[in-house]
Ligand binder design. Structure first.
Ligand SMILES: Nc1ncnc2c1ncn2[C@@H]1O[C@H](COP(=O)(O)OP(=O)(O)O)[C@@H](O)[C@H]1O
Ligand SMILES: [Mg+2]
Length: 240
């Protein structure tokens, strides 16, 4: 689904990625782990074509994303949903309008149908229809994340990208959100890429993950692989 080949990124003197390569397979929940400032968000932004690829190559759906025409880029962007780290909802729009905005901007569907789809997405993320007419300021942190997730799912994406989706949530809400991601993967046949700086709460949800450390990949593999590696850097993330 996603192939990153020999990617190197530097900002002035600071090397962020030093020749990293990995793949995300179709249908898996893949984690991007690393400490603060380790280059997780930059990596994600390069995959979704918001940041320039300085060196190396990224393929999505078997296509080199640097070789796409404008039209192909726009088409590909409709095939993924994104929940940004600080992905705020529009405070002047109610929940249903917030979810529907993606459909409004990207399709010519009539408003009535957009609202219908928005309500199905709301249900998908485990929220009651009565939440639909509330405004963001009336929602708890966990509910806001769910609405942002519903918005990311609006266009029925093939890949879902989540940048630290549970940061700022209490442990119970975070766990419930991770479980929801797992259920939606099954239900919708999604491929999911999740950025996180914390492995413990999410390890049961991830099929495989990588750890960015010192601008290289400390590991790409399963939780079991990480345990078996018996490596000091990896163990810090495993809290062993
Ligand atoms: N556009 C940019 N210009 C200069 N430095 C940047 C830019 N984007 C990110 N960086 C730096 O790259 C490093 C990795 O950033 P980031 O990917 O956001 O880290 P994180 O792993 O916390 O998500 C940080 O040191 C950050 O300051
Ligand atoms: Mg980040």
């Amino acid at each position: 689904m996603i192939k990153v080949k020999n990617l190197s990124t530097a900002f002035e003197e600071k090397i962020v990625h030093n020749n990293i390569s990995f793949e995300v397979k179709e249908g898996e929940i893949f984690g991007i782990l690393g400490g603060s400032g380790s280059g997780k968000s930059v990596l994600l932004r390069q995959i979704i074509m918001l940041d320039e690829i300085q060196k190396g190559k990224i393929e999505v759906f078997d296509k080199d994303i640097n070789k796409l025409s404008m039209k192909e880029r726009e088409q590909m962007k409709k095939d993924w949903g994104i929940l940004f780290q600080f992905g705020a909802l529009f405070s002047s729009l109610n929940v249903i309008e917030n979810i529907g905005i993606m459909l409004k901007e990207n399709t010519k569907l009539p408003q009535e149908l957009i609202d219908d789809i928005a309500y199905t997405r709301l249900k998908m993320v485990g929220l009651d229809a009565s939440v639909g007419l509330l405004y963001p300021e009336e929602l708890s942190g966990g509910m806001k994340k769910r609405v942002a997730l519903a918005r990311a799912l609006a266009l029925d994406p093939k890949i879902l990208f989540l940048d630290e989706p549970t940061s700022g949530l209490d442990p119970l809400s975070a766990k419930a959100f991770d479980t929801l991601i797992s259920e939606l993967r099954e239900l919708l046949g999604l491929t999911v890429v999740i950025i996180t700086h914390e492995l413990n709460t999410i390890k049961n949800v991830l099929d495989r993950f990588l750890i960015l450390s010192d601008s290289k990949l400390a590991i790409v593999g399963t939780y079991e692989d990480a345990i078996n590696a018996n490596d000091a850097v990896i163990n810090r993330f495993l809290k062993l």
